[in-house]
Design a protein around this ligand. Structure first.
Ligand code: ZN
Length: 68
């Protein structure tokens, strides 16, 4: 499934009527209005990929088998 980055609507894969390119990536939109809004300011709709801090749960009170 594709998602319109502007309005968040789910787009039917076929037919894809509206699409645009930004930074070598193709984006798909539900309407020409959304495409125009996106192309006017792509940065407003693109969320930079920020590494999410991984919360590691430590098993503290569980004895671990020792290897050698
Ligand atoms: Zn849309």
């Amino acid at each position: 499934m594709l998602t319109d980055p502007v309005c968040g609507r789910t787009i039917e894969p076929v037919p894809i009527a509206y699409h645009g390119h930004h930074a070598d990536t193709t984006y798909y939109f539900c309407s020409v209005q959304c495409r125009d809004k996106f192309q006017a300011s792509p940065g407003a709709y693109l969320h930079p990929v920020v590494p999410v801090p991984v919360v590691t749960l430590r098993v503290q009170d569980e004895p671990r088998p020792r290897l050698a």
